[in-house]
Write a protein that binds this ligand. Structure first.
Ligand code: AMP
Length: 416
């Protein structure tokens, strides 16, 4: 029986079987930069997302999994991670401590989107948030950590798109300028409605007939106030100092409403329509939107499945568990009892090992040893036990030696 629409199962050998190590690898650069683990609940009050993510976004209007609990409170499965992590940080008063508060997280997110390759209803993100300061050098650090997350996995075709969305002092005037421009275009009813809610969103319309009309649209980067201009140029200098290449993308608009100033996206050209592998930005107004104090912040979220798809597109092996080193094959009941103890000793010595359960014959057990991926098999029969010996087979070289039972663990430690 398959799982619900738009979901997938993580199992050995399945399409997204390697996600745990990919998540760890994506967050490794952040760990080196002092970001601590954070976890917020998978569900929150619906109002938190409605206010935080923004009422004009597709995420809030069309894609939330919302339900009532037994006390008739409206709850929603988190569609993204920033709002919950920020709520948790404010709740714990992290903004009153050492700043910036640096947090990293990983976990499932839920959006009722139309499923397709690279787009799921339950998907995984990793993310970082740097909360409490507005310092362009911190913006550069955060953006660079995203870039390094992909580079650390061996990806070479991730591009960084960067822009500034201005702030509360320059964006409103720009918004009006853009709205006036959009008024003069031939737009369908739906797009017009979107333009009224948030004209910036129309810039993101992928349809060629809309894009053609947008050729002369005013751009936010040309309308930045002096402090925003200065901020943006400091972010770019920071990225240059960190050796991170970026492309200016003045039409970049993200699917969440809370971004201001530094805004960015990571794209991979080998993924077809779902090319965004991650994105983020500065969200200085978000804490207030969700009912908190004025606390600035910046962060990103990276899509784990799309990262796996990007690895595949580039032919890069995802990080893998080291696997088994030793597979023990007992033949007979006394040998089985000995084998159970032996794998215990091997594991205590830090050697990944397993044994042939199910009392199979030599042939079946050796097949299991080969399939296990172990480098060595230890075969013990009852007669070996009497002689105080075991047969140690090198499964790659196809060689075999007798080793005294008392020396087995140390002998294997020496070999591995
Ligand atoms: P967002 O939170 O929308 O900024 O998304 C950040 C990243 O999460 C995107 O760049 C994608 O890589 C990933 N992502 C977003 N939505 C989905 C989805 N429905 N399925 C898979 N990945 C997604």
């Amino acid at each position: 029986m398959p799982g619900p629409k738009g979901t997938y199962d993580v199992l050995p050998g399945s399409e997204f079987g390697a996600t745990a190590l990919v998540r760890e690898a994506l967050l490794a650069p952040a760990r080196l930069a002092g970001y601590a683990d954070a976890e917020a609940p998978v569900f929150e009050a619906t109002e938190l997302f409605a206010r935080g993510v923004g009422e004009s976004t597709d995420v809030v209007t069309k894609e939330m999994f919302t339900f009532s609990d037994r006390g008739d409170r409206s709850l929603t499965l988190r569609p993204e991670g920033t709002v919950g992590v920020l709520r948790a940080a404010l709740d714990a008063g992290l903004h009153k401590g050492q700043l910036p508060a640096k947090l990293r997280y990983a976990g499932p997110m839920f959006r009722a989107e139309r499923p397709q390759s690279g787009r799921y209803r339950q998907f995984q993100q990793v993310g970082v948030e740097a909360i409490g300061l507005d310092d362009p050098a911190l913006d550069a650090e955060v953006v660079a950590l995203g870039f390094q997350a992909f580079a650390g996995l061996g990806l070479t075709r991730v591009r960084l798109l960067l822009t500034s969305l201005g702030d509360a002092s320059c964006r409103p005037a720009y918004r009006e300028q853009l709205a006036a421009f959009l008024d003069g275009l031939e737009l369908d009813e739906d797009t017009r409605r979107r333009a009224t809610l948030n004209p910036l969103r129309v810039l993101d319309d992928k349809r060629p007939e809309v894009q053609a009309q947008l050729a002369g649209a005013p751009l936010m980067v040309d309308a930045l106030c002096a402090p925003c201009q200065e901020h943006f140029s400091a972010v770019r200098s920071g990225l240059d100092a960190l050796g991170v290449a970026y492309e200016l993308a003045p039409r970049l608009v993200r699917g969440l409403d809370y971004y201001m100033r530094t805004t960015f996206e990571f794209v991979h050209d080998g993924l077809g329509a779902q090319s965004a592998v991650g994105g983020g930005g500065r969200y200085d107004g978000l804490a207030e939107l969700i009912g908190g104090p004025q606390v600035p912040g910046i962060g990103w979220a990276l899509g784990v499945e799309r990262t796996v798809l990007a690895l595949r597109a580039e032919g890069v092996e995802p990080p893998a568990e080291p696997g088994l080193s030793v597979f023990v094959v007992p033949l007979g009941a006394p040998a089985k009892a000995y084998a159970v103890g032996l794998v215990g000793s091997l594991r205590r010595a830090g050697i990944a090992s397993d044994l042939a359960y199910g009392d199979r014959g030599l042939k079946g057990a050796m097949k299991a040893a080969d399939r296990s991926g172990a480098a060595y098999a230890v075969v013990v029969g009852d007669r070996d036990l009497d002689a105080g010996q075991a047969q140690l087979k090198d499964l790659r070289e196809h060689t075999q030696v007798s080793v005294p039972l008392d020396d087995l663990v140390s002998h294997l430690e020496g070999l591995l």
